[in-house]
Design a protein around this ligand. Structure first.
Ligand SMILES: [Zn+2]
Length: 329
């Protein structure tokens, strides 16, 4: 048979007719193999990679959020549509973005960078606890929880609905500028409804860790193998983390990108949640330029799971290239 669209459709229809005509009576006589129920859910969202000989990073999926395309400042509808069509994703008023966290096991210490959103932004998040379990990571064994910033999709998972610490033995590490911003009562009083919810979520997340919190700056060793790098704009203390060992470097860049589909080709499209939109754009441009020129491996909280890949500069237009699946960590 020649490969044409018409022949393909005809083959499918023929298969269905055959099943309808001959299959049913046979199927009833066959054992349960034919009645395998559909799983209707994905396998656990975990992925591992080694950095150097001695550091293991585990990407952990918390779920996804659908972002309205109108949240992206200055994004023309027709260009959004063109990008959606080109990527074979649904054309419409929203783009789907994953929410990831990353565990870093280095030098005998285990750090979890961000903790997902629990149920704060709806039921499509909150898979982190299950995926930690699937990865063999006991929350009690986490030594450090490190926040890229204090937004609800990053720190909602630090606490239970009752306000207890999910990570009972962990020190909380957060940039001092984010801490100062989200604990500022005057700024909270001036915020709109959604802004107030963000302040409340941040404060609820940090409260049970108050006696074991470390505030950091732009360029500090968080633990051996893990350094902070200031990436301000999205929030005042938005921070990336560099994992480095031997010949390998991984930049975990937090929310430099909220939608790879839209913001990689258009770094100037800031998102409505940016507290400093112009600074966020400048920081994204700097991060892209560095990632492209250094051929840096990057990991992002909203890059498509497992959220690890590279930024390419294709004649002045940036492209995201996911890392090929690693058969070995
Ligand atoms: Zn985010």
């Amino acid at each position: 048979m020649e490969l044409t669209r018409r022949n393909l459709l005809a083959a499918c229809a023929g298969g269905l007719a055959l099943a309808a005509g001959l299959g049913l009576a046979d199927a009833r006589r066959r054992p349960a193999a034919a009645a395998q129920p559909r799983a209707a859910h994905q396998v656990p969202g975990i992925y591992r990679l080694s950095i150097g000989d001695d550091i293991e990073v585990t990407a952990l999926l918390d779920g996804y959020i659908d972002l309205g395309t109108n949240l992206f400042r200055g994004a023309p509808e027709e260009e959004v549509r063109r990008l959606q069509e080109a990527a074979f994703v649904p054309v419409g008023p929203a783009v789907r973005s994953g929410v990831n966290a990353f565990a870093v096991n280095a030098g005998g210490r285990l750090a979890l960078i961000d903790a997902g959103g629990r149920n704060l932004l709806g039921p499509t998040l909150g898979r982190l606890p299950g995926n930690l379990k699937a990865a063999g990571i006991d929350p009690a064994a986490v030594d450090l929880v490190v926040a890229t910033h204090l937004h609800p999709d990053h720190v909602g998972g630090l606490v239970t609905g009752d306000g207890a610490a999910v990570f009972p033995n962990a020190e909380l590490v957060v940039h001092e500028a984010d801490w100062n911003f989200w604990t500022n009562a005057d700024l909270m009083a001036k915020a709109n409804e959604q802004g107030k919810m963000f302040f409340q979520a941040a404060q609820a997340a940090i409260t049970p860790y108050a006696k074991r919190t470390r505030l950091i700056g732009d360029d500090e060793e968080v633990m051996p193998g893990l350094r902070s790098i200031g990436l301000p704009g999205h929030t005042p203390g938005h921070t990336g983390f560099v994992v480095h060992s031997g010949p390998d470097t991984l930049l975990i860049w937090g929310d430099i990108v909220h939608s790879a589909l839209l913001q990689v080709p258009h770094p100037d499209w800031s998102i409505a949640f940016d507290i400093g939109p112009d600074l966020a754009v400048a920081t994204r441009r700097k991060a892209f330029a560095m990632a492209a020129s250094d051929r840096l491996l990057v990991a992002g909280m909203h890059l498509p799971f497992p959220g690890i890949g590279r930024i390419l500069d294709e004649g002045g237009v940036y492209q995201y290239q996911p890392e090929p699946w690693r058969f070995e960590p």
